[in-house]
Design a binder for this molecule. Sequence first.
Ligand SMILES: Cc1cc2nc3c(=O)[nH]c(=O)nc-3n(C[C@H](O)[C@H](O)[C@H](O)COP(=O)(O)OP(=O)(O)OC[C@H]3O[C@@H](n4cnc5c(N)ncnc54)[C@H](O)[C@@H]3O)c2cc1C
Length: 430
Amino acid sequence: MSIFRRIALSRFQTGIRNVSDQGRQRLVILGTGWGSYSVLKSINKVLYDVIVVSPRNHFLFTPLLASTTVGTLEFRSIIEPIRNTGFRETEHFHLSHAIGLDVNKKVLTCQSVIAPDNVYDIHYDRLVIGVGALPNTFGVPGVEEHAFFLKELNDARRIRNRILDNFELAIQPGVSNKERQQLLNIVIVGGGPTGVEFGAELYDFVKEDIARIYPSEIDDISVTLVEGNKILGNFDQRLQKYAEKKIRQRDKMRLIQSVVTEVYPNGVKLLDGTVLPAGLVVWSTGLSPRDFTKNLDLPKNKQGQFITDAYLRVKGDPHGCVFALGDCADIENKSLPCTAQVAERQGRYLANFLQTVESSPFEFKSMGMLAYIGKYEALTDMPGVKAQGFHSWLLWRSAYLTRLGSWRLRMQVPVDWLKTLLWGRDTSRF
Ligand SMILES: Cc1cc2nc3c(=O)[nH]c(=O)nc-3n(C[C@H](O)[C@H](O)[C@H](O)COP(=O)(O)OP(=O)(O)OC[C@H]3O[C@@H](n4cnc5c(N)ncnc54)[C@H](O)[C@@H]3O)c2cc1C
């Protein structure tokens, strides 16, 4: 047995008990994403000893993630350190992955992110699973190896550096015209909100900054969005068409209706055999379950999500004390979209349910959707309001500003927007 395992067991075996010294039950929350963070913020810590296990020690405001890939916003402006939420004890947050679960014994197995040899068990009285999901590669060859995803802050940082690398490389001596064009073509696979918003940010970056900083390269730049069906499939048809028309009208942007069948280090292959050269491929097509979710022997749906009842209780748990929410879960006979809005609302509901403030099943009423399409234009698809253009952009910005998790971020984000407006995006590479 490794030293870490021994230390961990001795430390946590004493913790394997039902209640704390003060008589509180132990609530373990997995993840620090939209669903889990919402439970953590809303739960009354007088009633529970709340322990969070997550490989990420911050909450990430995903709707603005695309803005960080080109420097419209800075990385730290859209994250909130999890320890700012206030834990009763410092060791109530574990920077670890959950790797196993025994629902009969109510024991969770965790593995430290920093020291992977450190594997240990934690007992829970109630468990909330909010581990989210991974991007879906659909088994397309080359995606894992060569494409970039846009899910976490590190992904955005990698994309930003790759874009800047490619621009610098393209102007170096010895680079042929063909190579330059390949380096400066960016392919986005998937025309959902993430793909479209990333394309919009890129378009603004090219028009507002690249044209000024790299004037000699502007002719070779292109951004290609590949989508098998209609872009923004969940939006109102008229708004979809508007976005499509706008994208098609833009120079430097192409919209191709096709399917990518292979990704190479320097491009992608389409269904008809066409090869598109690319210096960066960003893959944004749906979700698949994480290993933790896949490996648990609990009932799942076809997409590999945990099935829950209407109170978010996981099916197959004999004690009825394991809950799941957000992208990793599906309510039986009442599927909801995988969005931050759903996860956040489920988190608030669950906190109330666990505090017995709420006893009715979870109900979801959508507040609608917003999407940025570039050039100070957005789409608004809300109950009773279908709009597009500049006013929707103002709504998009103000809606997300108010949804940011703290006053620190609500101050930081407008400062970044203002800096971008006045001095352009920061193109430093580090
Ligand atoms: C770029 C982008 C833009 C988006 N824009 C919007 C938008 O505008 N509006 C909207 O409604 N939705 C949007 N979404 C979707 C939204 O972000 C997700 O639906 C939402 O994050 C789901 O919340 P969640 O809590 O289920 O999972 P997540 O927010 O993904 O959080 C999962 C958490 O679990 C942790 N975790 C992972 N594995 C483990 C493990 N083994 N053990 C413990 N913890 C683990 C992760 O580190 C993370 O903290 C966007 C998504 C992306 C990627």
